[in-house]
Write a protein of this length. Structure first.
Length: 334
């Protein structure tokens, strides 16, 4: 996951991306919401449709963005009293877990991570934790930073930062185990596939970082502290400036990894150079649940939004992907 300055190469194209995300780059895109609502899908949403309490510095209306005809629901995150920047996302039923970091005034991404558990029906907080730490001897104290990746399986809630992967109890947030990431294995985002493997991927604005897949039996070897490229069951290319990933069949199949790429003006779902679909600006963590896609955006996080010029979008959004192959394509950060 990126911190503030989410890819200099992407931000250099922000003006072009904003035009694309507003529909100005495609003359076929309806210019008004009435026209957009006529498209197949359950959106677009109005500002008052977004559940929860908006940040005090955000006001409506919502920006018109590509494919918002498929945006079925929106949620604001519960307030934390900090400059919280959301990054990772897990959805189970009506519950979501959102990871991220409380940004410092001078060094965004250098402060402690936070995980918020919330009710998606209301946007209300169920529980949260900050300042996650552990002492995985013999390496000494470990403190969670950034919390860019988030995934869940039968073992628990997996959280990652660039150089570590954490396993937590999803309800108590007790730290169960910590791994250190070595060499080309980097933990900017996480994803599980349908074989139960953990995918660990890295963010870089100017280069591609591989997505490494680890089997559970390797992860849970007694005494295993480090995850190296040699231990990975497989590795696959990932896009430059990848922010998040999900494993799903979004049509037509088969199931595969879909990556999010974004800056705070524009976003896309990416499964290769010819399979790029416009998505929520600021898209970070993404989850597939009950046939729909949820995504968390950092666009309205205070460190970005208060700089001005960012579009108003829900922090959490749910998309109907039944017509996904017909979605508008993206040139975000081309």
């Amino acid at each position: 996951m990126s911190g503030r300055g989410v890819a200099a190469a992407l931000l250099a194209t922000a003006a072009v991306a904003l035009a694309a995300c507003s529909g100005e780059a495609d003359s076929k895109e309806p210019a008004d919401r009435a026209g957009r609502a006529a498209l197949e899908g359950c959106g677009p949403l109005a500002y008052d449709d977004v559940a929860g309490r908006a940040p005090e510095y955000v006001d409506g209306p919502l920006a018109a963005v590509p494919n918002d005809h498929a945006m079925c629901a929106g949620r604001w995150l519960p307030r934390t009293g900090t400059r919280f920047v959301p990054q990772g996302l897990v959805v189970r039923g009506h519950t979501a877990w959102v990871s991220g970091y409380d940004a410092g005034r001078n060094a965004v991404g250098s402060d402690t991570c936070r995980i918020i558990r919330l009710d998606l029906r209301t946007g209300e907080r169920i529980s949260q934790v900050a300042r996650i730490s552990a002492d995985p001897a013999p390496r000494g104290p470990a403190n969670c930073r950034h919390a860019g990746g988030l995934s869940m399986d039968e073992h628990g809630l997996w959280v990652s930062q660039f150089t570590k992967v954490w396993l937590l109890d999803p309800h108590t947030f007790e730290v169960l185990r910590v791994w250190h990431l070595i060499d080309q294995v980097r933990g900017s985002f996480l994803v599980h596939d349908d074989r139960g493997r953990l995918g660990v991927g890295g963010f870089h604005g100017d280069r591609r970082w591989p997505l490494h897949w680890f089997d559970a039996d390797v992860l849970f070897e007694p005494g295993r502290l480090d995850l190296t490229p040699e231990l990975a069951a497989d590795a696959q290319p990932a896009p430059r400036a990848g922010q998040g990933a999900l494993w799903a069949d979004l049509g037509p199949g088969p199931a595969q990894v879909w990556f999010t790429r974004s800056n705070t003006y524009c976003g896309e779902l990416w499964a290769g150079p010819q399979r790029r679909f416009a998505f929520l600006p600021g898209a970070e963590g993404v989850a597939f649940a009950r046939g729909r896609v949820w995504v968390v955006s950092e666009t309205t996080a205070a460190p970005y939004f208060l700089d001005g010029g960012r579009p108003v979008v829900p922090t959490l959004a749910q998309y109907d992907v039944s017509d996904f192959p017909r979605w508008e394509r993206s040139d975000c950060g081309a």
